[in-house]
Write a protein that binds this ligand. Structure first.
Ligand SMILES: *Cc1c(COP(=O)(O)O)cnc(C)c1O
Length: 494
């Protein structure tokens, strides 16, 4: 299957090359030339499959050039790193509401679902596209992608990973997870600024022809593990199908019944995967985009104008503290009926003025598929407390944003169909704020918070957290956002 760039001046022959390259040469994002479909018969068959088999089945619709059995082995390998070999177990809250827990992987965030598999997809992608150079992965992270990429790629042959995170923009646990990372091929640097500063700096490196040619002379090509890379996006499509198959198995729905998904959103990768699942035939009623106080997307869905000229808030759901949602470009491209020129013009506008607007017919299409709302800091903590009191279920701060918005969605639209809320992180990653929400106050020490949270809720502490305490800190560097290029050069020289 061919992959084309959203900006129209670049295309590749297959998914393997799109994944190996990460970003298109023209600065756009790779999208499949057309959406493959999965029939209700096939979805019904998925009820008999385990998670790895479901993943392979969905992925191979795009990754046609990958050997099926080889891909299946890789999927089994990846999802064996999850509790019960399941990437996306579904928990029933009440008659109509379900929580899909995507955080039972190695780093306790949903990013693991894709990043445990990406090293295979990328290495194989390079092989299939004849790329012999060493691959340097650059990652800008709001906290969770960085750790998941480091863990996924550590000691991977022929691949180096460098992660940039905002020095004051991640939780203590997230910071410790990254700065104690093991592996000889990894590097972690804090950048003074917020996530958007990190992302912009990394994007600049990706689109610089000069840097690319400097690196190539040293036998290195760049790639990305952010959700701009189709290899990150594709594995996320699986769990929408998987949740539907689970609802079928448990008799909660009948074939062809429609289901809603509520997604705590930052860079728009997770929810875009849901939109792709819908294009492939999954009966999704509404995709609900849940934001925190950085509600640039809520406004975009309300009035059709994306305007990033606004105050940036540091919130208790830091992985969603984003004003420029990169993957929105893929959605806007579809809304425009795949108009390359218009997409290119809008992205230039976004860069120059910080905003762009949809046309009326595009806005109508948006309304047909999506509902959007946001949840402020107080509502977020209140939701965690209430849900624990009522159901004994412990939400993390990101999932709480989605939960609160799910309630607004049901109240406001009177939608009667099942609602699946995507849970994106373990509450222990954000133990301080979760404990504060449940207990009224919390100590400053992150581990004390974890122990106390465990005491109060009887929710078990994951070994990934308890083990962190004794790990040695390996990375201390804090740099200015203008020094990212020299940091990269320094890393590859060592
Ligand atoms: C990354 C992340 C999000 C946001 O996902 P996007 O794909 O960037 O929209 C939400 N919650 C958590 C815990 C995350 O790590």
């Amino acid at each position: 299957m061919k992959f084309i760039s959203t900006r129209g001046r670049s295309q590749v022959d297959c998914a393997a090359t799109a994944i190996a390259k990460g970003l298109a040469d023209d600065g756009g994002l790779f999208v499949p030339q057309s959406f493959p479909t999965i029939s209700m018969d096939d979805i019904t068959k998925m009820t008999e499959m385990d998670y790895a088999e479901r993943a392979c089945f969905v992925l191979h619709k795009y990754l046609e050039e990958y050997d099926y059995e080889d891909l299946l082995t890789a999927c089994k390998n990846s999802y064996s790193k999850f509790e019960d070999n399941d990437g996306a177990p579904l928990v029933k809250i009440d008659d109509k509401r379900f929580i899909m827990e995507l955080f039972h992987g190695p780093t306790l965030a949903f990013k693991d679902v894709a990043l445990t598999l990406l090293p295979y997809l990328l290495r194989k992608g390079c092989d299939l596209s004849g790329i012999k150079e060493e691959v340097l992965i650059l990652v800008a992270t709001s906290g969770d992608t960085g750790k998941a990429a480091l863990e996924g790629f550590k000691d991977a042959k022929g691949i180096k990973v460098m992660v940039f995170f905002p020095s004051e923009g991640v939780s203590d646990m997230q910071k410790m997870q990254m700065t104690t990372q093991e592996g000889d091929n990894v590097n972690v640097v804090a950048v003074e600024g917020n996530f958007d500063d990190c992302q912009t700096a990394v994007k600049k490196i990706f689109t610089s022809k000069e840097i690319a040619s400097d690196l190539l002379k040293k036998g290195i090509v760049l790639s990305s593990a952010n959700s701009m890379n189709f290899g990150r996006l594709a594995p996320q499509i699986t769990y929408y199908f998987s949740a539907y198959a689970d609802l079928l198995s448990s008799g909660e729905i009948k074939p062809n019944d429609k289901v809603n998904f509520v997604v705590p959103t930052g860079n728009f990768g997770n929810i875009l995967a849901g939109y792709y699942a819908k294009q492939m035939g999954l009966p999704i009623d509404k995709l609900v985009c849940a934001s925190n106080s950085n509600n640039v997307l809520t406004e975009f869905f309300a009035n059709g104008t994306y305007d990033a000229n606004r105050e940036f808030f540091k919130t208790v759901s830091p992985s969603m503290d984003i004003l420029i949602s990169s993957n929105l470009e893929r959605l806007v491209f579809e809304l425009s009926n795949r108009d390359f020129e218009l997409t290119d013009k809008r992205m230039a506008e976004l860069k120059e003025t910080g905003k762009y607007s949809l046309k009326d017919d595009e806005k109508k299409k948006l309304d047909a598929d999506f509902f959007a709302d946001y949840c402020d800091e107080e509502e977020c903590l209140q939701t965690i407390g209430e849900v624990f009191d009522e159901y004994g279920y412990v939400l993390d701060t990101h999932t709480a944003v989605a939960y609160d918005v799910a309630m607004n969605f049901i109240d406001y639209t009177k939608n009667q169909k099942p609602v699946v809320i995507l849970s994106t992180a373990s509450p222990y990653k954000f133990a301080h704020d979760v404990l504060r929400a449940i207990n009224g106050n919390a100590p400053t020490d992150a581990f004390k918070c974890a122990y106390k949270l465990n005491e109060q809720t009887a929710n078990p502490i994951p070994y990934q957290i308890s083990q962190l305490k004794t790990k040695e800190k390996r990375f201390n560097k804090v740099i200015n956002k203008n020094d990212t290029v020299s940091a990269v050069m320094e890393f590859i020289e060592q």
